[in-house]
Design a protein around this ligand. Sequence first.
Ligand code: SF4
Ligand code: SF4
Length: 238
Amino acid sequence: MADTPETTGEVQPAAGGGDVAAPRAPRPYRSQIPQRGPVASALAPAAGFGVTIRNFFSRTVTEQYPFETAPVKPRFHGRHQLNRYPDGLEKCIGCELCAWACPADAIYVEAADNTPEAQFSPGERFGVVYQINYLRCIFCGLCIEACPTRALTMTNEFELAGPTREGLILEKQDLLAPLAEGMLAAPHPMVEGTTDTEYYRGEVTAPTPDQVDWVAEHRPDDPTLAAARDRAPGAGAR
Ligand code: SF4
Ligand code: SF4
């Protein structure tokens, strides 16, 4: 701050060369906070204990985590999940829009072509590598907003701490939704006569007999076959 006559206390000649002006004495500081009287000051410690005693008998609100997990709100942003269609095909098409939308650069995606022998998702491509780095993620949800197929959503799971940095980089197999009862594990062909449009519209609701037969022919020991057969009566009849 530049020195001024007010800060230095220097006496300046009066305008016009007259008498020298005397310096002004500083005004005493007065607090605007109301001051306690002597009685209130004497009772102040007891008033403090009053707060303690009142809370001593009120209901305990301490959460007993991790022994009891507190419920979170339904739209809480927790660990991500890569979803599937009802026939078991993966929703992720490897478009990388989630990775581009991420402000923390926490997502890494590599896509590959689907082939007739290995169809993992409806359409041309699927995500062959999918990683989320939870050391970077700030759980903002921009990635799930960007996803065009609703492949990526967020679960309510928040217990993501771990002892190693590597363990907090989740891979595709960690993020893929588990197969629900009746789904067929990918890869397998799309429902016959459909394109990815029918999948996006939700018109595929279960595996078909042709899909079950294809998996039975290529992976006869697949553990998802039995339940899928129950949902696709007629499988194996041809
Ligand atoms: S929630 Fe936000 S920070 Fe985390 S991966 Fe998605 S876009 Fe990136
Ligand atoms: S999760 Fe969605 S946005 Fe990300 S690569 Fe897959 S389809 Fe694209």
